[in-house]
Design a protein around this ligand. Structure first.
Ligand code: ADP
Ligand code: MG
Length: 469
């Protein structure tokens, strides 16, 4: 019977698919009108469910009559490293429920639309890779992002069903692409808990693809992504340098789009400027809606700061908030950074944050308006601080105090000047840039483990900061 089924299927299904999905099936026994087959894995079963249910049902009925039934057994063989139980899927963000039931009765008849919805079978679980802090509620709306934010909400309410497919969100660094993309995922999960959502950065996607490609498992990779209902891919500009990954993205995109699944893409440029991207992909990116994120205006920046403070249980005087919002104007991440460094300064100095302190700290934060401090000046400060002679700092002395002073100086020079590692090295009697890298790392490590060392570095940092004001 199975042989006959296969003959029919072979004519219908593409050869490659037939080899992948039908040849591995093992017919076990025929009991009246019930055929029991064995499939190699849970994943395999899910895939059949997704793609070949109608075909299987039809062929089997042709062979066994209207009351035909198909029963499954999933090969469970946890000892071997095959595709059983622990199917090798991309990046470990897929989890299978342990399945104790060994066979799943499948009733095929015309009344049941999807005969694979079987009591007792549990659906595949995928960790959507979402950060719960990135929700619409914490994403402040302004003229700068209104279209993108609203389109995002629409997409989350009706994934795959609006004309915003794909939804492409583009904008510069730190303007909220990741936050918005993640918000869509979180909102879909909230409104449609059964939808399979996956957020993935393009870098991760590309890395996974390359791994699978090395292992000749590109099909597994593509099939995995084709199971997703709402796929969010962050920073697609990275695909420009990964030609082969674009092919996989193309296959996945087509499959998902055709099956009414939702795609959300973010990019640091508008799709038309994505040089290095295949035209067939770019033309698909244009099928849906492209919405940009602009720099938020002053009012929106104030709102963002206020929301952030509220969430973190912090408070800054109103005039300070205004001052920060006024002066840090081109990037939300920097806006948050300025606020955090303000809070850090106030706790270091044990001093309330007032406009005065804000002015000092921000002058330091807004690089353009701060005094540029020199490597020489930092060297002098450190020598004075540790009472180390200047020439010793430059020589090859291996005395511990001097080595540490030298390392701290390099670290501060890296943090507070715009000099290259090479230039910094040259200021220390011609050392090379790897020495500077090593020094910076050593300082960071020691700050974690040695509290006296840490205090010294913190105190010196403050001195340098003050000198730069
Ligand atoms: P991108 O991915 O575009 O580089 P992110 O999404 O990482 O930017 O955003 C940078 C930071 O700014 C994040 O902490 C994010 O929460 C915050 N942010 C950006 N836009 C907004 C907004 N409209 N409202 C609140 N926070 C925002
Ligand atoms: Mg981002």
């Amino acid at each position: 019977v199975w042989e006959n089924c296969l003959k029919i299927i072979k004519d219908i299904v593409e050869w490659q698919h037939f080899k992948t999905w039908f040849e591995p099936i093992n017919p076990l026994e025929l009991n009246g009108n019930v055929l029991l087959i064995e499939v190699p894995s849970q994943f395999f079963f899910e895939y059949l469910e997704e793609h070949y249910v109608t075909l299987l049902a039809k062929t089997l009925k042709r062979e066994l009559g209207k009351t035909a039934r198909l029963e499954y057994r999933i090969l469970v063989d946890s000892g071997s490293k095959g595709k059983n139980g622990s199917m090798d899927v991309p990046a470990g963000n897929i989890k299978f429920y342990n399945n104790n039931e060994m066979s799943f009765p499948l009733v095929i008849n015309d009344e049941v639309k999807n005969p694979f919805v079987i009591p007792g079978i549990k659906k595949m679980q995928i960790d959507p890779q979402l950060n719960p802090a990135y929700v619409f509620d914490s994403f402040i709306e302004g003229d700068c992002n209104r279209v993108a934010r609203r389109a995002g909400k629409t997409v989350a309410e009706k994934p795959g069903a609006s004309s915003f497919n794909p939804l492409v969100i583009y904008g510069g660094v730190g303007l909220g692409k990741t936050h918005l993309g993640q918000s869509i995922g979180n909102e879909v999960k909230r409104l449609h808990p059964h939808k399979i959502v996956l957020y993935v950065s393009s870098e991760k996607f590309i890395n996974q693809f390359q791994d699978h490609s090395r292992n000749n498992a590109i099909n597994d990779f593509i099939h995995f992504y084709q199971l997703i209902d709402v796929l969010i891919i962050d920073d697609v500009q990275f695909f420009a340098k990964a030609e082969k990954s674009q092919d996989a993205l193309f296959a996945i995109f087509n499959h998902l789009h055709q099956s009414g699944k939702q795609l959300v893409l973010t990019s640091d440029k508008p799709p038309k400027d994505l040089d290095g991207m295949q035209e067939r992909l770019l033309s698909r990116f244009r099928w849906g809606l492209s919405a940009d994120l602009q720099v938020p205006d002053y009012e929106t920046r104030i709102e963002i700061l206020e929301r952030k403070m509220k969430n973190d249980g912090l408070e800054l005087p109103k005039d300070v908030v205004k001052y920060v919002a006024y002066n840090i104007s081109n990037n939300v991440r920097e806006l948050e950074g300025a606020m955090i460094s303000l809070l850090a300064q106030s706790s270091l100095n044990k001093r309330e944050i007032d406009l005065d302190l804000a002015k000092k700290v921000l002058r330091n934060f807004i690089r353009t308006s701060s005094k540029e401090i020199t490597i020489d000046a930092i060297q002098k400060m450190v020598c004075e601080f540790f009472a180390v002679p200047y020439d010793k700092l430059l020589q090859k002395t291996r005395k511990r105090e001097i080595v540490q002073a030298r390392q701290i100086t390099m670290y501060l020079a890296k943090a507070f000047t715009k000099n290259s590692l090479k230039t910094i090295g040259e200021h220390f009697g011609g050392r090379d840039h790897t020495t500077v890298i090593h020094s910076c790392q050593t300082v960071k490590d020691l700050m974690d483990t040695d509290s006296l060392f840490r205090e010294n570095v913190v105190e010196l940092t403050q001195k340098v900061q003050l000198a730069a004001m």
